[in-house]
Design a protein around this ligand. Structure first.
Ligand SMILES: NC(=O)c1ccc[n+]([C@@H]2O[C@H](COP(=O)([O-])OP(=O)(O)OC[C@H]3O[C@@H](n4cnc5c(N)ncnc54)[C@H](OP(=O)(O)O)[C@@H]3O)[C@@H](O)[C@H]2O)c1
Length: 311
């Protein structure tokens, strides 16, 4: 019998406890679970974690073999100095599919100029024929679990896709660039720029005034990574001068976005309240159970966070 601590809110505990127990049972693993205070910390085998969980000091879990995040983004926990256990991010099919759907929807919306008709004025019979996807260049920043799936799907729709990451990648139909010195090249062709990068010391303010100025005039930005990737003030300036015509933002430096933030009233900004991709309970429970099964059988954990890189 293994012991799982849920370092999550009581609501998430209610949502995830049973599906995770069932996923473990399907793998012949019996477990007991609890919230902080229910089980002695030194007896815990695995910690299931979500941002906002009540425990900050992971040093008390002296025997824990891993901390398993329910979320893909780990920027709020990765720098915790008490965390000496292996930390695993959430990678699961529902999250991936959700992100692909969000990116495809907003890329097509930008590509086809759909806002023009959705926000139509009466009697405005104005036809605008967009180019075909084969004549539209899209750049995806971040080619990890989510970015590579989005880039592959966009390429499948016929878009000219450039992808950018830290290390060299190969994705069918995608021109892959790697490293900081290739970023200007990735931005220069980005009629539609899709950001799906994690927040790390290297990515904060990656899209500053200088980099935004490298985008083609009239480009659109979709940010589904983290709000801190883009300098808010520089983005507003780029929108005001028409360099960027629309920014669809799913993530923000402070969430919920404060009522007085200029994004709310800017006509070029579409606000999507951190809904691009949600962790799905069933597939996420299977992902957690898979990793526990691996650890119990001595196999290496999947989706380990590299502390030196912060993702
Ligand atoms: N909006 C939402 O609803 C939502 C939902 C889930 C996740 N997210 C966000 O999406 C992020 C990405 O998730 P994921 O699962 O795809 O992460 P991942 O698998 O860890 O991939 C991260 C990607 O970013 C690249 N990268 C990191 N630092 C870089 C740098 N300094 N320069 C260039 N490329 C860099 C990585 O490059 P390498 O390939 O070279 O390692 C990798 O391709 C998460 O961290 C989270 O912030 C948002």
């Amino acid at each position: 019998m293994i012991k799982l601590l849920f370092n999550v809110s009581p609501e998430l505990y209610r949502e995830y406890r049973q599906p995770i127990l069932e996923a473990l049972r399907r793998r012949n693993i019996e477990a007991m679970t609890g919230l902080p205070g229910d089980i002695a910390p030194e007896e815990i085998d695995y910690v299931i974690h979500a941002t906002g969980g009540p425990v900050d000091d992971f040093g008390v879990f002296t025997k824990a073999r891993a901390v398993l995040s329910l979320w893909a983004g780990v920027e709020k926990i990765v720098g915790n100095r008490t965390l000496t256990q292996p930390l695993c991010r959430m990678v699961e099919s529902g999250l991936r599919q959700g992100m692909v759907e969000w990116v495809v929807a907003h890329t097509l919306r930008a590509h086809l100029g759909m806002d023009r008709y959705v926000c139509q004025k009466p009697l405005a019979w104005e036809q605008h024929v967009p180019p075909l996807a084969t004549d539209r260049s899209v750049t995806v920043l971040g080619l990890g679990e989510l970015g590579s799936a989005a880039a592959l799907t966009l390429a499948g729709l016929g878009f000219r896709v450039t992808g950018w990451a830290r290390r060299a990648r190969e994705i069918a139909g995608v021109r892959c660039l790697a490293g900081a010195d290739r970023l200007p090249e990735a931005l220069a062709t980005a009629e539609i720029l899709v950001a799906i990068l994690p927040e790390t010391p290297d990515t904060i303010n990656l899209l500053d005034a200088e980099r935004l100025a490298l985008l083609p005039a009239g480009s659109c930005i979709l940010n589904a990574g983290r709000g801190s990737l883009i300098d808010d003030t520089a983005l507003i300036a780029a929108l005001d001068r028409g360099q960027v015509t629309n920014a669809t933002l799913d993530v923000f430096r402070t969430e919920p976005l404060s009522a007085n933030h200029p994004f709310w009233s800017h006509p070029g900004v579409t606000i999507s309240p951190h809904v691009a991709a949600a962790t799905r309970v069933q597939s996420a429970s299977d992902a957690i159970a898979d990793n526990i099964e691996r650890a119990e059988s001595g196999a290496p954990l999947l989706h380990l966070v590299d502390r030196a890189l912060s993702y």
